[in-house]
Design a protein around this ligand. Structure first.
Ligand SMILES: [Zn+2]
Length: 144
């Protein structure tokens, strides 16, 4: 996708109010997770309403950082029997196993670390979107 240069504010409608910044900080709070901050994000901030839009690149990095941070926090508390083998998810989604690995790396599927390996895990509250369709992780955990 091509990076958009923002000039007018999509939130308040002000003209020529968007200024590029490369040092934005996003504080991430999630239910059941310790809050943390991601630094050095770039995007545009409106000089009128102070709403901001991250660049696509920064959005992607933010998503990966959130998933990585949660993976580390979850690794300590997810029991081994909640881990789902990558091939089970791949079969449920009818995609190659590499796709599942890519989704975890790209921050599109929640995972935990076991050593250095990433594993998806069974959690009723977590959903993923694949090709525009939403799936509950717990539904994908069942071998068919
Ligand atoms: Zn604005």
């Amino acid at each position: 996708m091509k990076e958009k240069v923002w000039k007018n504010c999509p939130s308040c409608g002000a003209h020529d109010s968007m200024n590029y910044r490369s040092n934005l900080r996003e504080r991430i709070e999630g239910k059941g997770y310790k809050p943390f901050s991601v630094h050095g994000l770039d995007g545009y901030i409106c000089s009128k309403c102070h709403d901001g839009i991250l660049t696509i690149k920064a959005e992607n990095r933010l998503r990966v950082e959130i998933m990585e941070n949660r993976a580390h926090q979850d690794s300590a508390r997810i029991p081994a029997n909640a881990l789902i083998p990558v091939e089970v998810i791949a079969k449920s989604l009818r995609v190659p196993r590499q796709t599942v690995h890519w989704m975890m790396r790209a921050g599109r599927m929640p995972f935990v670390y076991v050593g250095k390996q990433r594993f998806p895990f069974n959690d009723k509250s977590k959903k993923i979107v694949v090709k525009g369709k939403s799936y509950r992780i717990s539904d994908l955990a069942v071998s068919r």
